[in-house]
Design a protein around this ligand. Structure first.
Ligand code: NAP
Ligand code: HSE
Length: 428
């Protein structure tokens, strides 16, 4: 048998402990499948004395992740600390320079520094693997870089933040407000230490930027992701979108258009009976469309100890087997700078507003939409409450510019007493 593959693991939180558990519990299976033993030489975390529920006595301890990454008895540096900069970046760079392969679950690191790290890895003849960084246990990186390698990818989209999907589906099932469910999710420990990473769409935006790079052969461009979180979604929108046959999702969409690379992470309506519409709780879903394969849908746990450690260990197994791929599926110097699309592909929109209960109010709304070139597809008015009539409109496909012009006109109407909420409807 080939010599063992020796790991150095920095970060012993949810994911790091999960990785140690798999290595300890599945040693025989890993060895049988890869043809060599997978061992741990050393570990690192901030607090050496913390009980992590797994024995650490068999591993050397390093306080400094950079020292861990460059140890002679480490073949693969496994970065499970998190953060786009600081120790995660320093130790990853040190590992590559010292001739170690890297496995990481860190989407922030790759979204912010993916190109320079890919170049550094290639300059040193090393690989960086990061399956766990996008959609947890779902093997989307492997699917895009390997299984779908012969496809021109036309669109990648999905729900890639479990916390946001939990909040939105919980609002739907309980009728609780965004603020109530946010507090509940935070109390249950579902949100990142900085919840804005989740509800602000940043975490999911990092993941989308990584997928775009592989799908379209572009340099990772997180700054080019048009980002909007779920903070403005009200329970009325959840209810009324449902009434019109839709569900609201924090949806990431990346597609190459004649106008450039479109990358959007924003709350969107999707048909309730579509696979994305049916996605409940913290589960993730990624949809890929390729010219030859058509549409494929991958669904699974996007977070948690087991699913994330499963993805990390899948990468470790590939390295143990000698499978070596460029970081973003093609050599780093062939990735082109993304030209961000200046405007989004036209789409239908959902509009909700409150109208003053007086004659001609609805006529003024339809006239304002018509003046802006926005055509109405469906419309519904609900019972008046205290002189306020909630009105829902689903438009035909319209450009963002025409939509913005319509919103300006609606906002200027005295009969619109509750300002319009607009949400894009994505065809899925
Ligand atoms: P976590 O539970 O917060 O654990 C982070 C670990 O890193 C802790 O053990 C911490 O040490 C250690 N650490 C932090 N700063 C360090 C430093 N300067 N030096 C040494 N160790 C340091 O995080 P996690 O949930 O396991 O996530 C790890 C990575 O996986 C992140 O990049 C995250 O985005 C990614 N990820 C997580 C999930 C998930 O479900 N949790 C899913 C997908 C991807 P102490 O324990 O001593 O404080
Ligand atoms: N905060 C992330 C989520 C963790 O909710 O999906 C997994 O990346």
């Amino acid at each position: 048998m080939t010599h063992p593959l020796r790991l150095g693991i920095a970060g012993l939180g949810t994911v790091g402990v999960g990785v140690l558990r798999i290595i300890r519990q599945q040693a025989k299976l890993l060895s049988a499948r890869t043809g060599r033993d997978i061992t741990v030489s050393a570990v690192s975390a901030r607090n050496k004395s913390k009980d992590r529920g797994v024995p650490l006595s068999g591993y050397a301890w390093e306080d400094d992740p950079v020292a861990l990454a460059t140890r002679d008895d480490v073949d693969v540096f496994v970065e499970l600390m998190g953060g786009s900069d600081g120790p995660a970046k320093a130790a990853t760079e040190a590992a590559l320079k010292a001739g170690k392969d890297v496995v990481t679950a860190n989407k922030a690191l790759l979204a912010m520094h993916g190109q320079e790290l890919a170049e550094l890895a290639e300059a040193n003849g090393r690989v960086i693997r990061y399956e766990a960084a996008v959609a947890g246990g779902i093997p989307i990186i492997k699917s895009l870089t390997e299984g779908l390698a012969a496809n021109e990818i036309t669109r990648v989209m999905g729900v890639m933040n479990g916390s946001c999907n939990y909040i939105l589906t919980r609002m739907q099932s309980t009728g609780l407000t965004y603020e109530q469910v946010f507090d509940e999710a935070n109390g249950l420990g579902y949100l990142e230490a900085d919840p804005e990473l989740d509800v602000g769409g940043i975490d999911a935006g990092h993941k989308l930027a990584i997928l775009s790079s592989i799908a379209f052969g572009t340099r990772v461009d997180f700054a080019g992701v048009e980002l909007e979180g779920i903070g403005r979604i009200q329970i009325e929108d959840i209810r009324q979108a449902a009434d019109m046959g839709y569900r609201i999702k924090l949806l990431g969409v990346a597609q190459m258009t004649g106008r450039g690379l479109e990358q959007r992470m924003s709350p969107c309506l999707v048909p309730e009976h579509s696979p994305l519409g049916q996605l409940e709780g913290g589960t993730n879903m990624v949809v890929v469309e390729g010219h030859a394969v058509g549409q494929i849908v991958l669904r699974g746990a996007g977070a948690g100890e087991g699913p994330t450690a499963s993805a990390v260990m899948g990468d470790v197994c590939d390295i143990a087997r000698g499978i070596r791929l460029p970081v973003f599926g093609q050599p780093a110097d062939t990735l082109v700078a993304a030209k961000p699309a200046v405007s989004a592909t036209p789409a239908p929109y959902y509009l909700r507003m409150g109208l003053d209960d007086r004659p001609g109010a609805l006529a003024k709304v339809t006239a304002a939409l018509g003046d802006a070139g926005v055509s109405i597809h469906r419309m519904r008015q609900y019972d008046h409450e205290n002189g306020n009539a909630p009105v829902l409109i689903v438009t035909h496909k319209t450009t963002r510019a025409d939509l913005c012009s319509a919103l300006d006109k609606l906002n200027a109407l005295p009969v619109v007493i509750e300002p319009p909420v607009a949400l894009r409807i994505e065809s899925v």
